[in-house]
Ligand binder design. Structure first.
Ligand code: ASP
Length: 319
């Protein structure tokens, strides 16, 4: 990893809203380890900064890790300027926004998820209701929407002027290749009582096939949290993450004694070995001691860490 690699002007701009408390550490790939120093939040990409701020506020006030991760990623879901999550997320090849999300409580290993959910901007909150109000873990498509409606979620058009224009430009170019992976938010937190939780939410790969489901709502792939070991979340080409049960693999390595950084690097190495190519995938991880890990296969990955009331945006180590 070359120092400073991958932190683009766009990253700085995206992080701008949170500049007041933000220290961008373009020279640093790892946050300082401060074990047992209270609540911590880690999440993917520059929009993780605003999400971590919201999550951190909840944790500072004594709130639970579960509330923190849900409300934290809601910030990105509801921000139309984030083109990879929730409202304003890029649509599938038919021009329809289909969202994937999951949430997991590390204390109980309870989890909930939705996939290919249309017309609801906060799929992670629907996922939480699946976890808390049904005997199931994953609802998809029309059934997920019906459940969200019954739970009183507001329906709206998720395609914005900007995302429609991007989709039209893609169609006009007649490029049949899949879009690049883009900026799912995955978040893991530990609260002041040492409880852990995680959430993951995305509009998935842009211009994906209708009905395509990525790693983000697949518990064990895009997200896994076990408070006895730690939690991990993924971003990047979801198919590659699913093939190795990526987040579960990271958590199991931590359970076996790996530092979170070693765990994420091992899981990425497994993905490279497994696929024989180097698609972009990145993980963030947090162990029960509050230590963090983050890395990616290709350059360009950034992640946000909130600890002690401050957020840092860091550059992921490239394996
Ligand atoms: N992992 C997401 C998916 O495959 C996309 C991303 O994070 O860029 O749906």
């Amino acid at each position: 990893m070359q120092k400073g690699e991958g932190l683009t002007r766009r990253d700085f701009l995206a992080a701008g809203a949170a500049m007041a408390t933000l220290a961008i550490s373009a020279e640093k790939t790892l946050a300082d380890d401060e074990e047992g120093t209270g609540p911590v939040v880690i999440s993917t990409w520059p929009h993780g900064v605003a999400a971590n701020e919201a999550a951190g506020k909840i944790l500072s006030e004594g709130g639970s890790a579960l509330d923190a991760v849900e409300k934290g990623v809601n910030v990105c879901e509801l921000d139309p300027a984030v083109s990879s999550v929730g409202l304003g997320g890029y649509p599938n090849e038919a021009g329809v926004v289909q969202l994937d999300a999951s949430i997991m409580d590390g204390e109980t290993r309870a989890c909930g998820a939705v996939a290919a959910l249309e017309r609801v901007a906060t799929p992670v909150s629907v996922a939480r209701r699946v976890m808390e109000k049904t005997r199931h873990v994953l609802l998809v498509g029309a059934g997920a929407l019906e459940f969200a409606r019954a739970e009183g979620f507001e329906e709206r058009e998720l395609l914005t002027e900007e995302s429609r224009r991007a989709w039209e430009a893609w169609k006009a170019s007649r490029e049949k290749k899949e879009g690049d992976p883009h900026d799912t938010i995955g978040m893991v937190a530990i609260d002041s009582r040492g409880r852990m939780a995680g959430a993951c939410t995305t509009s998935g790969l842009p211009w994906k096939m209708p009905g395509r489901v990525g790693d983000s709502p697949i518990v064990g792939a895009g997200l896994y949290v076990d408070g006895k070991a730690g939690g991990a979340a993924a971003t990047g080409v979801g198919e590659e993450v699913i093939r190795v049960a990526g987040s579960f693999l990271v958590v199991e390595r931590m359970r076996a004694g790996d530092h979170p950084q070693a765990a994420v690097e091992a899981a990425l190495a497994r993905i490279v070995e497994n696929s024989g190519t180097r698609h972009q995938v990145a993980f963030v991880a947090l162990d029960r001691a509050g230590r963090i890990g983050a890395a990616s296969i290709k350059p360009g990955f950034t992640y946000a860490v909130w600890r002690g009331g401050k957020v840092e945006l860091l550059v992921g180590k490239v394996i």
